[in-house]
Design a protein. Structure first.
Length: 258
């Protein structure tokens, strides 16, 4: 499949997948299907597997066979940004949403997101506000610390850059994603579910290129039960803080110039 596809649908939903067996068994894909089936616009769902080592790919493939509008991409293991980018490249929709498999932000929150594209926005992101229902205390503390630090360095006008519910005009996503540092370096071997601060960088580049970003508060509750993801919040927060500094330095060096 080529990198750029002719637009045929209104909405493409990209769901990255890495060792999501437990979440899949909860019926999260059925939740997505049931909601989208009730909408009047055309849609598709792309599950972009990131080289899962559990039964995720088999479960997804079986679901896809039985439900219209769903596709699955089989990728090598490269990390969350890699899986999302593969999905974006395969998308046929005018608008692309990438959302987490656990559906902590339920797909129904699209009703709050999509209307803003008709008001001139190219990027519309979900925001969890200050409340983090289901977060352990240490993660709430680290989350607030990260938001404070990030606000000092980048995107001070955006409250929540990390909510896994972001929609772009597809043509915009295809222009900004390749600029991510994630795709410019091969400094590390990807192990596990590496997330990085790519959300921050993605929004920073979008804003730098002049795209209007709308932040919309959405319903959110931690529903993630997958066991294959990194849960060391202190280490993860430290790595993300370093990447914030790296994004700022990269910008000063002209790394994001058009």
């Amino acid at each position: 499949m080529g990198e750029i596809n002719q637009m045929k649908t209104y909405l493409s939903v990209v769901i990255p997948c890495y060792n999501e067996k437990e979440n899949l068994k909860r019926g999260v894909l059925k939740e997505v299907y049931d909601f989208l089936e009730g909408q009047k616009y055309s849609w598709e769902v792309i599950v972009s597997d990131d080289g899962s080592s559990d039964d995720s790919l088999e479960i997804v493939s079986d679901f896809v066979k039985k439900h219209r509008g769903f596709r699955v991409l089989k990728n090598k293991h490269g990390g969350k940004p890699w899986a999302v980018w593969k999905g974006i490249k395969a998308a046929r929709g005018e608008i692309v949403l990438f959302t987490d498999m656990d559906q902590s932000t339920p797909i129904g929150e699209l009703k709050k997101i999509l209307p803003w594209f008709d008001k001139g926005y190219n990027v519309v992101i979900g925001s969890r506000g200050l409340k983090r229902e289901g977060f352990p205390l240490i993660r709430q503390i680290m989350s607030r610390a990260f938001r404070f630090l990030r606000g000092l360095i980048l995107l001070a006008d955006i409250d929540d850059t990390q909510c896994g519910f972001k929609a772009f005009k597809t043509e915009v996503a295809r222009k900004v994603f390749p600029k991510l540092q994630f795709f410019q370096t091969v400094e590390y071997e990807v192990k596990g579910w590496r997330v990085s601060a790519f959300d921050v960088e993605l929004l920073f580049i979008s804003q730098k290129y002049g795209h209007k970003i709308k932040e919309v508060e959405v319903s959110w509750k931690d529903r993630d039960v997958a066991g294959g993801k990194q849960k060391n919040f202190l280490k993860e927060s430290g790595e993300m803080a370093k990447e914030l500094v790296r994004v700022r330095l990269n910008d000063l060096r002209g790394g994001y110039d058009i």
